[in-house]
Design a protein around this ligand. Structure first.
Ligand code: SAH
Ligand code: SF4
Ligand code: F3S
Length: 472
């Protein structure tokens, strides 16, 4: 294994991607490993990891493990980790402390996977300081979990399988979905954008698109199973197809998925760079493509955007934003913003506030820049204090919250369509769901409405959600 290396990593983009449909196999011995045993899984990070955990759960299911949500009852504990920022690391190490104590009181096998397992610094730390962790598996190695767990059971020594099998797209991994009505569908893996602050192109590898027919087949079988909504997943879905040897783009894929007639289609995440007019036309043409777009800004300063390697300017972003707003009726747009990128001046930060004031986002995820080992931005000298960065974050959040509230307030007394996808965690006798524009709504309704798309009149607006009543 090597440290993430930008120059080495860039060369990989020319490698040919192999589509494998034959990699998932289970022996009878492996199928018996989990009998009378429980597993506990903790997932950190983005939707990609959530969906990977759905694969991991299905594999453990095939090995006859049962899921438990109590750490203490587990015979096998799996951590599916995230490396995006330092605080993601810290949370994982916090839980590892608890697990270590547990392991002193009972026999339990511990597996460490996900994006942190793709970082050499972390794997070194596990080898040296966390010798009690039974196995480590990378983001490319999930399909091989039965072998990894079997080896860990037999050998009683730390198993580490983290390779960059990044030249492959693996089909036919089983999946145990968390929700019965809405599903994640991977359309591509990895990322080749190499934004200078970001660890993802290293932890997830080279961009690899799935073949259109595999995606469409998956959506069609989801429809047969009663699913109402799919979210097409990728770190940068707008670049879908660029690595395929056929002439087929994200606009083509969106149209073909729309033609399956599934009720609702979403997609994340959209890098502004690859968002073209064909895509916008398709989104506005098909009613089952939801009017909701996550369009990360990162910074409003063209100088900082350049240092981030985002390849668009403040003006280009605004132009795209306005086009989306004017061409897609009722579209909601959310974003991601980083403050405190190395040497971000007050003027740069004000540029960000300016854009927020112009775009009035429906909501936003905001972060303080966190240097990631091996990325170019981690080597940039930085003269701005943490105190200033924290003050900027707070100021930005206040502005974001103000516009979120204003956008939500517009929904009061309106009737909107909501897919009721689960019981409400907050309100008794209520179901919860999302509007087409991705607003969370709690609706007074009994379980017969689960999985239905209903018209809901919004009766009150909360900070992070809304309440509503079904109207027939
Ligand atoms: N592929 C998506 C982003 C995935 S990571 C995209 O390009 O939009 C989600 C968000 O985490 C990013 O949009 C960015 O705002 C934030 N992020 C990524 N690396 C970070 C870092 N080193 N420090 C702080 N925030 C970071
Ligand atoms: Fe990271 Fe940029 Fe790729 Fe998003 S597009 S995953 S921010 S490198
Ligand atoms: Fe985290 Fe990996 Fe996702 S770093 S944000 S879990 S791709």
């Amino acid at each position: 294994m090597n440290l993430p290396n930008l120059n080495e990593a860039r060369k990989r983009t020319n490698k040919k991607v192999e589509i494998r449909e034959d990699k998932y196999k289970l022996s009878n011995t492996q199928k018996a490993i989990g009998i009378n045993k429980n597993y506990f899984i903790k997932t950190y990070g983005c939707q990609m990891n959530e969906h990977d955990s759905e694969n991991i759960k299905a594999i453990l299911n095939d090995m006859n493990f049962n899921e438990t949500d109590t750490l203490e009852q587990a015979d096998l504990i799996i951590l599916n980790t995230c490396a995006i920022r330092e605080n993601a690391h810290n949370k994982v190490f916090g839980l590892l402390g608890r697990i270590k104590h547990l392991k002193q009181t009972k026999e339990v096998m511990v597996g460490f996977g996900g994006c942190m397992a793709q970082e050499e610094v972390i794997v070194d730390e596990i080898l040296n300081k966390y010798k009690w962790i039974d196995f480590v598996f990378g983001t490319h190695n999930i399909v091989n979990l039965p072998n990894i767990i079997e080896n860990a059971t037999n050998n009683k020594k730390q198993e580490i399988e983290v390779f960059s099998g990044e030249g492959e797209v693996i089909e036919n991994i089983p999946v145990k979905r968390d929700n019965k009505y809405k599903a994640w569908v991977n359309i591509m893996y990895g990322c080749d954008k190499f934004c200078t602050y970001c660890i993802v192109p290293y932890t997830r590898g080279k961009q690899r698109s799935r073949l259109p027919k595999h995606i469409i087949d998956e959506v069609n079988s989801l429809i047969k199973e009663g699913y109402k909504e799919v979210t097409l997943l990728g770190q940068n879905v707008n670049a879908y197809g660029k690595d395929l040897e056929i002439d087929y783009t994200m606009a083509n894929l969106l149209e073909d998925v729309a033609k399956t007639k599934i009720d609702r289609i979403r997609f994340v995440t959209s890098h502004p760079w690859d968002f073209n007019d064909e895509m916008i036309d398709i989104i506005s043409k098909y009613d089952n493509i939801m009017p909701y777009i996550h369009l990360p800004l990162q910074s409003g300063s063209s100088k900082i955007l350049k240092l981030m390697g985002r390849r668009y300017t403040k003006e280009q972003y605004l132009e795209l934003f306005k086009k989306l707003k004017s061409k897609i009726s009722n579209v909601a747009i959310t974003t991601d913003i980083i403050v405190g990128f190395p040497n971000e001046t007050e003027e740069d930060f004000n540029d960000t506030l300016d854009i927020v004031n112009t775009c009035k986002y429906d909501s936003a995820f905001t972060f303080i820049f966190s240097p990631r080992v091996g990325t170019p931005a981690s080597k940039m000298l930085d003269s701005i204090s943490l105190e200033i960065k924290e003050a900027r974050l707070q100021k930005l959040n206040q502005l974001i919250n103000k516009y979120s509230k204003e956008n939500n307030d517009k929904y009061l007394n309106k009737t909107v369509s909501v897919l009721l996808d689960d019981y409400s965690s907050k309100k008794k006798d209520c179901l919860k769901g999302y509007t087409d524009t991705m607003k969370l709504v709690n609706v007074k309704a009994d379980s017969s409405y689960l999985g239905k798309i209903v018209n809901v009149k919004i009766t009150s607006i909360k900070t992070w959600s809304m309440d509503g009543e079904i109207v027939e």
